[in-house]
Design a protein around this ligand. Structure first.
Ligand SMILES: *Cc1c(COP(=O)(O)O)cnc(C)c1O
Length: 359
């Protein structure tokens, strides 16, 4: 068996130690006589797994006591609808910042439930920048302000938490959660699908401030209601139990690596190396403004797009997989989440230099 370096944007590479642990525990979890997959979600073994997982997340992110932490289904995409359904609280509009494809999807969905006020957009730069805060037009009568802290497709990342002018700040952190410390108390809601930086797909983490829980109108379906999910510990319906377990293993791994501050240092090193290699070459180019280049998703184009296929083919032969950019933007994209080892980035940089020399 040969594991390769997988640069997929999501589902994405997992820490090998997590996969080995899951393999060891596949047939029997501790002395339970069964696999986690086969356990009742109400049983004491699974309850212990769930509690540890939740407490590890609270510890890693230093989530204050006045937040509910939910583990839901439907992905980040379900949150695009659940947020306006749950927290508008009688308001008829919500503010959105558009910095790329995922913001655009969130806006489209929210527009089914309220008037979307576009605070700022970087569409005019083909989503290679973040609009300067002084030009944001925030309507303080709106229900909340939504933004996407890392645009997975365009490789654009906020390096600060924006000022929401008193509105509840809502953030799609799907592709950079746990990659750097954040002050959770600045947010009304943080949400993230797990399949980028936290585990396999199938779970959506929703961290919601208590005052935003319990505002949904009665017409909102129970499983989409934050209050009902919070009251039942995210077990209103049968949760994705095995995925909770795997998320728990990833969190334990992250704690063992030194936590979020330690992984941030590693992420900075990995990203700096890769951007430096791109900037110093005459073959590769990253189009994103310097102050908002993503540490997680690094898109780059080749000077001659005619070489794209050859690049991808040879990369694959070198054990470097899934480097094609998103179909909407083309070129290449290396996703280098927490679980991508530094050696994987080194191997990519070496391959890129070799390809440049021979082409
Ligand atoms: C992947 C991604 C999504 C979509 O996630 P699903 O879990 O597939 O709904 C939304 N936002 C961002 C930033 C993403 O990276």
């Amino acid at each position: 068996m040969a594991r390769i370096y997988n640069f997929s944007a999501g589902p994405s590479t997992l820490p090998e130690a997590v996969l080995i642990k899951a393999q060891q525990e596949m047939l029997e979890w501790q002395s339970s006589g069964m696999s986690v997959m086969e356990m009742s979600h109400r049983g004491k073994d699974f309850m212990a797994i769930a509690d540890t997982m939740k407490n590890d997340l609270i510890e890693l992110m230093a989530i204050p006591a006045n937040y509910k932490v939910l583990f839901l289904q439907g992905g980040a995409s379900a949150q695009f609808a659940m947020i306006p359904q749950n927290i508008l609280n009688g308001k008829t509009s919500a503010c959105y910042v558009n910095t790329g494809a995922w913001s655009t999807s969130a806006i489209k969905e929210a527009a089914k439930y309220c008037e979307v006020k576009l605070v700022a957009s970087s569409e005019d730069t083909a989503f290679t920048s973040i609009p300067a805060a002084e030009h944001w037009q925030i309507d303080t009568d709106a229900g909340y302000l939504h933004y996407t802290s890392n645009e997975t497709i365009h490789g654009v990342e906020f390096n600060h938490v924006p000022d929401a002018k008193g509105l509840p700040l809502v953030c799609d952190m799907s592709s950079n959660i746990l990659s750097r410390p954040v002050d959770v108390s600045r947010f009304g809601i943080i949400y993230a699908g797990t399949q980028k930086n936290m585990g396999p797909s199938g779970v959506t983490v929703v961290i919601v401030r208590e005052d935003l829980v319990g505002l949904a109108p009665k017409s909102v379906p129970s499983v989409f209601n934050y209050e009902q999910q919070a009251k039942s510990d995210s077990m209103l319906n049968t949760p994705a139990t095995y995925n909770w377990y795997l998320l728990g293993l990833v969190l334990q791994w992250l704690k063992g690596e030194g936590g979020v501050a330690a992984i941030e240092q590693r992420n900075i090193n990995k990203a700096n190396k890769l951007y430096q290699a791109i900037d110093q070459s005459s073959m590769y180019r990253n189009p994103v403004a310097l102050d908002c280049r993503s540490r997680m998703n690094v898109p780059f184009v080749l000077a001659d797009a005619g070489l794209d296929k050859e690049f991808l083919k040879l990369a694959e032969q070198h054990g470097l997989s899934t480097l094609a950019g998103h179909r909407s933007v083309g070129g290449m994209r290396a996703s280098i989440y927490n679980a991508m080892p530094e050696a994987g980035v080194d191997a990519l940089i070496e391959f890129m230099a070799e390809f440049e020399r021979t082409h």
